[in-house]
Each structure stands twice: as structure tokens, then as C-alpha cells.
Ligand binder design. Structure first.
Ligand code: GLU
Length: 499
């Protein structure tokens, strides 16, 4: 196959949708597989809905996912003259007509009809072009077939298609026209995009063929070109099997980045939305994806965007990181201020870590990091597992306190015994464990029960990284002080310092 030219053509109307990420990825993989060119085209003709910050968001999210375009970003807003040339050619060759109907008028005339859409009222009225909307004169008979690599041949009968609008009354081109002109001019060989755009494909084909015909005539339009191949990718659905919605579902790639998904994990997961790597392995390197990706293997049934599965996969990718890399890649979540000050990215929506700025100590974190790495599914969970190391006093979770301290009569004697034992024992995780086993035995408790009040006193919660390693890293002085503060709190019934 000749090197393909493909494009991602998002409209900058909001956050970068996971569906756009999936579509971009399939285009990118296809281009990489066949040595082709991947183009980014910003479809920003809808000036009312488009915002510049969303354009930045598209570019940043694509870079983050590691699918930087080979060409572009091109912007439709910079090509408006070109669309006028196309409109001129189509008008001169008789493919368009002017229409002055208002939406209400059309609704009023068609409300009792079985098929919705425009009724062709202006088709033969011969209205002047300027100041009117322009509609495409869809043939009354016949059909347009979309030869789709994923879905097979999809037939659109012309008597079910309306005379669609290609330009507004102010002259602005509509998406379907600009999209077709660009695909021609950019010599796109394969249009790979979401299934929701399938209904616009026959309109695009009709315009394409009309432009071809105009090219052969006197209209001064460019060369006739071959139609691209089509591949409409399956819709993404949520747990209820409903199409993902911006309002209902968490679909913003930016928010997954903020939560601490690794781009390589997210990319791997997105690749599974409609495609599967050969064999039964789902976790595959990007090289494997590139070597094996094929549009023919894309499934057409809806793909479930399963956040739990993505989180699970992210956890696996996190655990695969070499320790130093894990420490480095945790920085935006544990030291966002320092990262931002150095001009690097820090999460926007994650909130600052719970400790005061400046108290983070990377050497201390590195000692705990292997245990943390085992336990998180996203980088955003890291601060919550190590906060007790960097807070002056642990943030006591009242539910944990109630359960492990207030409701356990043995808690006070065990905390007292722990203070006594920890004053003299070796300060290693093993020695601390032995000492705590002994404390438990005195109280007739197994280790799990015995360590619960100690854990709450020192870390604030009943769950967290392994206790004895945590104590070792925190150090004797801080541990003893926290145990004493906890004892005062129970005895006095008062609040622990720092509350
Ligand atoms: N701009 C269109 C959209 O964001 C995509 C068009 C296309 O891929 O052909 O829905």
C-alpha cells in the first residue's frame, strides 16, 4: 500500500474527549504501521462554540499521549477563502441552490411528514446566492454507498437524504463542506473517525463527486481526486451501555492526566476500545501495537469504556516502572509547586498535597516509594499514602480513631506498651515488628489487632502502607511523640495536637 495520509479533525469545543483520544490513536497507529503521515486538523469554523484554550488542550493532550502529528495543526479558520472557491465552483456548476426558509417555516411545513428534514421548498425558486443559505441539491433518485472498512458497505438512499446546508446565509461554510474540501486538499487516503459521523459520510461523498465534476468543467476548481477509504470506529459506551456523554461521564483526557494516569497506560487502554492485539495479551507495548494494528480487525459493536479496567491497567504500568522513574514521575503530585516553579506540568484539578509546601523530602519519600508503588492505581493516590511522613501531625480520620482506639479497651495499654518498647528497641522494621508482636501478646491480641491503634496514632488511618516500614522511615522521635499525643487524646478525651 502507498503510504497513507490520515487525519484527526477535532472541533475545539471542550476538553479532549477520550473518544477523540481513541480516534487519534487509531489514526496514528495506522500511519505508523504503514509509514504514512498523521495530520492534525482543527475544525474551528464554528466561531460561536470554539475557544482557543481548547485548541491548546488538543495539542497538549496529543503530545501527552505520545501521538504528535507529522503535519499540522492546520486550522480551518485559516482556510476560509479556499472554501469560498469550492462554493463558487459548486454554485457555478449548479450543485447548490439558495434558500431563505427559516427553521420555523420548515418545521411548520414538514411537521406531519414521516421523514424529517428539509422539504426542498427553495430548490427551484432561483433565489440569488448572496444573503441566503446554500443547500446541496441531493439527487432525488439513487443511492450513495459508503464502503467502510469496519462496517462493510453502508447504503444511503437519496430519497431519505435532505438537501443539506453547506453554507450559512452569512457565507460561512458548514462543517460537511470544509471537511470534504480539506480531505481532498490534504490528499487524505483514509478517513478514520467515530461512528457518529457515519451519517455525514454520504453527504461528503456527494460533495466530493460534485467537486470532481466541477474540476473537469470550467469552474476553476482543483484536480479530480480519488475518494478516501472510510473506517467508522465503534461508539464508546458507559457501564449502562449508553453512549458516553460529556455531562454524565468522566470523558476528559485532561482529568485522567490530573488523576495520575500514565500516558502509556492510557494509550494502551484506548487501543483496546474497538481493537485487540493478537493473542490474549491486552497489555502490549506501543511497538507491538504499531506492528499489528489493522483497520480490518476493528470491531463494529459498541466499545465499553471501562474505567475500572483502565485503572487496573494503570496500576500495572505503575508497578512496572523502575523505582527512580516512579519517584520522578510522582513529582507533579507530591511537589506540584516546585514543578510549576520549574516550568513543568503539575495537575490542575488534583488539589495541593495535604502537607505544607516545602515539607516534602524526596529522600524520605524514596525510602517509602517501593511500598507505595505496589499499592496505587494512579499517581494521584500517592500523597494520601505518604502524607503522615510530611505532616507535622497525622491527619486523624475520626472513623479510624473510633474503631481502633475508642472502641478497643486494650488500645490504651497497647499504646503505652508500644511507647515503652519503641523507646529501646532497634529502629528497623523487623525489630519494630518483633516489639509490636510482644506488645500484642501481653494484651492477648494478634499482631493485626495490636497494630491498629498504633497505626491510627502514627498515620491517622487504619489503612496505609506496611506499618513497620512506615515507622522506620518516620523515625523514633516522631513516632514516640505521636503515640504520646494519642494517649493524651484518649485520656483527656480531647483533641490531638494539630486538629
Ligand atoms: N470535526 C468533527 C468532529 O469533531 C470530526 C470530523 C471528521 O473526523 O471527519 O466531530
Amino acid at each position: 500500500m502507498a503510504p497513507p495520509r490520515v487525519r484527526l479533525a477535532p472541533s475545539p469545543t471542550g476538553y479532549f474527549h477520550v473518544g477523540t483520544g481513541r480516534t487519534g490513536l487509531f489514526n496514528w497507529l495506522f500511519a505508523r504501521r504503514y509509514g504514512g503521515v498523521f495530520i492534525l486538523r482543527i475544525e474551528d469554523t464554528d466561531t460561536e462554540r470554539n475557544r482557543e484554550e481548547w485548541v491548546d488542550g488538543i495539542i497538549t493532550a496529543m503530545d501527552w499521549l505520545g501521538m504528535t502529528p507529522d503535519e499540522g495543526p492546520y486550522r480551518q479558520s485559516e482556510r476560509l477563502e479556499r472554501y469560498q472557491v469550492a462554493l463558487d465552483a459548486l454554485w457555478d456548476a449548479g450543485y447548490l441552490y439558495a434558500c431563505d426558509c427559516t427553521r420555523d417555516e420548515v418545521l411548520e411545513r414538514t411537521k406531519d411528514r414521516p421523514t424529517p428534514g428539509y422539504d426542498g421548498h427553495c430548490r427551484d425558486r432561483g433565489l440569488p446566492r448572496r444573503g441566503n443559505a446554500l443547500r446541496f441539491r441531493t439527487p432525488r433518485e439513487g443511492e450513495t454507498v459508503v464502503h467502510d472498512i469496519v462496517r462493510g458497505d453502508v447504503v444511503f438512499r437519496h430519497d431519505t437524504m435532505e438537501d443539506f446546508v453547506v453554507a450559512r446565509s452569512n457565507g460561512e461554510p458548514l462543517f460537511v463542506l470544509a471537511n470534504c474540501v480539506d480531505d481532498r486538499d490534504m490528499a487524505i487516503t483514509h478517513v478514520i473517525r467515530g461512528e457518529e459521523l457515519l451519517p455525514t459520510a454520504p453527504k461528503g461523498i456527494l460533495i466530493w463527486q460534485a467537486l470532481d465534476a466541477a474540476a473537469e468543467g470550467e469552474a476553476g476548481w482543483g484536480e479530480a481526486t480519488e475518494l478516501p477509504a472510510w473506517a467508522h470506529l465503534p461508539t464508546l459506551v458507559n457501564e449502562q451501555r449508553k453512549k458516553l456523554s460529556k455531562r454524565r461521564d468522566p470523558v476528559a483526557v485532561e482529568s485522567y492526566r490530573d488523576q495520575g494516569y500514565l500516558p502509556e497506560a492510557m494509550r494502551n487502554y484506548l487501543a483496546l476500545l474497538g481493537w485487540s492485539p493478537p493473542g490474549d495479551q491486552e497489555k502490549v507495548t506501543v511497538e507491538t501495537m504499531i506492528e499489528t494494528f489493522a483497520l480490518e480487525d476493528v470491531n463494529h459493536s459498541p466499545a465499553f469504556f471501562d474505567i475500572k479496567k483502565m485503572a487496573h491497567m494503570n496500576g500495572e504500568y505503575i508497578r512496572d516502572l523502575p523505582l527512580e522513574e516512579f519517584v520522578a514521575r510522582a513529582r507533579p503530585w507530591v511537589e506540584p509547586d516546585a514543578e510549576a516553579a520549574a516550568g513543568r506540568w503539575a495537575p490542575q484539578s488534583a488539589g495541593p498535597p495535604p502537607w505544607p509546601s516545602g515539607r516534602f523530602d524526596e529522600a524520605v519519600f524514596r525510602r517509602m516509594a517501593p511500598l507505595v508503588q505496589e499499592r496505587v492505581t494512579t499517581m494521584g493516590e500517592v500523597p494520601g499514602l505518604v502524607d503522615f511522613l510530611f505532616l507535622e501531625e497525622p491527619a486523624i480520620d475520626e472513623g479510624s480513631w473510633e474503631k481502633a482506639v475508642t472502641r478497643d479497651e486494650a488500645a490504651v495499654p497497647m499504646l503505652e506498651a508500644a511507647v515503652a518498647a519503641y523507646e529501646g528497641c532497634d529502629w528497623t522494621a523487623d525489630a519494630l515488628r518483633d516489639a509490636t508482636v510482644a506488645v500484642g501478646e501481653q494484651a492477648g491480641k494478634k499482631l493485626a489487632k495490636a497494630q491498629a491503634p498504633i497505626r491510627v496514632a502514627v498515620t491517622g488511618r487504619t489503612v496505609g502502607p506496611p506499618l513497620f516500614e512506615s515507622l522506620e522511615v518516620l523515625g523514633r522521635a516522631a513516632v514516640l511523640r505521636r503515640l504520646r499525643v494519642a494517649l493524651e487524646r484518649v485520656r483527656g478525651g480531647g483533641a490531638a495536637a494539630g486538629d
